[in-house]
Structures are given as structure tokens and as C-alpha cells.
Design a protein around this ligand. Sequence first.
Ligand SMILES: *[C@@H]1O[C@H](CO)[C@@H](O)[C@H](O)[C@H]1NC(C)=O
Ligand SMILES: *[C@@H]1O[C@H](CO)[C@@H](O)[C@H](O)[C@H]1NC(C)=O
Ligand SMILES: *[C@@H]1O[C@H](CO)[C@@H](O)[C@H](O)[C@H]1NC(C)=O
Ligand SMILES: *[C@@H]1O[C@H](CO)[C@@H](O)[C@H](O)[C@H]1NC(C)=O
Ligand SMILES: *[C@@H]1O[C@H](CO)[C@@H](O)[C@H](O)[C@H]1NC(C)=O
Length: 294
Amino acid sequence: MPFITSSYLPFFSFFSLFAYLRLSTCAINPDKVSFDQNYYNTWGFYHFSSINNGTEVRLSIDEYSGSGFMSNHTYGSGFFRMRMKIPNKDSLGIITTFYLTSQQNNQPAGNHDELDFEFLGGHGMPYTLQTNVFSNDNGGREERVALWFDPTADFHTYKILWNQHQIVFYVDKIPIRVFKNNTGIGVNYPSQAMSVVGSLWSDTTWAAHGQQINWTQAPFVAYFQGFNINGCLKDIDSTSQCNSTHYRWNGPRYMGLDQTEIVAYEKVRRKYLTYSYCSDRGSLHPECPRRTLE
Ligand SMILES: *[C@@H]1O[C@H](CO)[C@@H](O)[C@H](O)[C@H]1NC(C)=O
Ligand SMILES: *[C@@H]1O[C@H](CO)[C@@H](O)[C@H](O)[C@H]1NC(C)=O
Ligand SMILES: *[C@@H]1O[C@H](CO)[C@@H](O)[C@H](O)[C@H]1NC(C)=O
Ligand SMILES: *[C@@H]1O[C@H](CO)[C@@H](O)[C@H](O)[C@H]1NC(C)=O
Ligand SMILES: *[C@@H]1O[C@H](CO)[C@@H](O)[C@H](O)[C@H]1NC(C)=O
């Protein structure tokens, strides 16, 4: 697919189709879209900087503060991607995130929707990438993979596909997790308008297993790139039909994984999945495979 600059793909009338083709011939590199076009710094102002002419953002954390940013708009479906490089130090307790959330800035979480990528810092390779899904509830659907590469050495692409059929978490082109629309068996499915967020923060309770963060190593630094957003805008037009197949991410191709993706997905699950909520809280979640010995 050609790259487009705008995050807003209008319904394809004949005319907008022409507009789309014209835009796509510009072949704007999504990694060159400036941060200010779609995002703003929400907290940790002194730990935030925009570099490379606004196409890259540097977040740092020390014992005083971390930092974070959020999209200006909310979305109802789409492909959400971020290129990230996480802190390269002994970073137990430091968490680098990229996620979608329906929670408003500074508002209580309530029963919200959220789709998380969370890098849990540690003592070097392998690095743990945790994902979680909240759907009108408190989540509790953590899964963890031990990454097969060093995410501190280079930028990699982390992506979330969200349509009415499935939510897929990708690392580069590899699907590492699929959360299907299982409303048919009574599982809530994210439907609220969501913002896109990135942050760098710390936690000593669950992320560091109660151990201390070694602040003598601070600041810990994370880099973000790729501020293009391919999503169905919700706040601009609350009536937009974000399930419309005019958006390519809602089309038949994205109702499920394709054959190549299935092979890659199964391999990742077999070799790198270190934890799934289904193994200890499966009985609370109807989407988990039923086990005969439960
Ligand atoms: C920096 O970004 C601005 C607008 O975002 C653009 O007009 C300008 O050409 C860019 N400069 C360089 C050196 O890329
Ligand atoms: C995004 O929101 C921030 C904070 O409200 C604002 O300062 C900024 O101008 C907005 N950017 C765009 C492109 O609308
Ligand atoms: C989930 O799937 C059902 C059945 O196909 C559909 O009616 C519903 O709109 C979907 N939910 C969301 C939030 O997309
Ligand atoms: C904390 O980091 C410093 C500086 O790298 C190192 O000398 C020290 O051994 C570390 N402390 C712990 C408890 O790991
Ligand atoms: C999209 O959702 C609306 C309202 O929930 C529904 O009426 C419509 O049939 C859905 N369209 C598609 C293509 O699923």
C-alpha cells in the first residue's frame, strides 16, 4: 500500500479516490511525519525532547519524572504503528509503552478499553514485551514474549491492527498476539474511541518484582519515530462508521491472519511466549481455550 500523510481516509467517493491517488503518489515516508502533526507531550515536559526536525522524540526518566505523549485525536479502528528504541541500560522497573486507550487524559480509568505494548526493563537480553487488552473492564489479560532481538540496539516497528473482527499486535511484520471479536461467547470487545499514547515510566511493584530501580544508571532514554496514524477519526465525527470496509484495515484481508502470518504467529507462540493469562486465569476469560483438567 502507498503511504498517505493524512490520518483521515474519507469514504471513497469517486472524487476522494482521485484525491487519495494523488496523495499516494507523493509517497510520503510515514517515518518522516512530524510529531506535532498528530501528537503532543502530556507530562514530564523536562524529560521530553523532539529531535531530527520533529520526526523523532526522546523521552527520559530519572528518579524525579518520566514522560509521555498522546495523540490529538481519538480513533475508532485502524493500523497504529510506532517505531521504538528502548532504554539500553540495566533497566529493571523501567517501562516503555505504546498503547491505545479510551481513558481521557487525567480522568479515572473506569471500565475503559485499552490495548498495550509494554517493554519491561531488565538485566539485558532477552527483553520482555508484555501486551494487555482491556475491553470495558480491568484487563487482566497480560501476555509476555521474550524478544528474539535486542530492542535497545535499533528501532523496530510495533503495530496494532484494530477492526471489528480482530485486534492483532505485531512486532515488525510478525503477529505476536491476536484478540478476536468474541462477543458471540460473551467477551467484551473494544469499541470506545481511543487515543494513541507513548510513555516512559517506572514501577517497582509488578515490573521490578519488588526490587529497587538502580537510579545511578539514570537517565534511562527511549526513542520514538513514525508519527503517521492510519486510523478512523472518531472525535472529529462521532458518527463515522469506523467499521466501514472503505477503510482498508476493515477489508476481507484483515478479518484474520493470512497464511504467512499464521506460520510466523505459531512459531512465536511456540518459541517465545513466556506467559499467558489463560494459563492461570483462563477460567475467568471465556476467550481462553478450555482445558479438560480444569
Ligand atoms: C523540517 O520540517 C519542516 C516542516 O515539518 C519542513 O518544511 C522542512 O523542510 C524540514 N527540514 C528538513 C531539513 O528536513
Ligand atoms: C494538539 O494538542 C495540543 C494540546 O492541546 C495543542 O497544543 C496542539 O496545537 C495540537 N496540535 C494540533 C496539530 O492540533
Ligand atoms: C463484534 O462482532 C459482532 C458480530 O460480528 C459485531 O456485531 C460487533 O459490531 C463487533 N464489535 C465491535 C466493537 O466491532
Ligand atoms: C547500579 O549501577 C551502577 C552504575 O552502573 C553499578 O556500579 C552498580 O553495581 C549497580 N547497582 C546494582 C545494585 O546493581
Ligand atoms: C457497522 O456498524 C453499524 C452500527 O453498529 C452497522 O449498522 C453496520 O451494519 C456495520 N457495517 C459493517 C460493514 O459491518
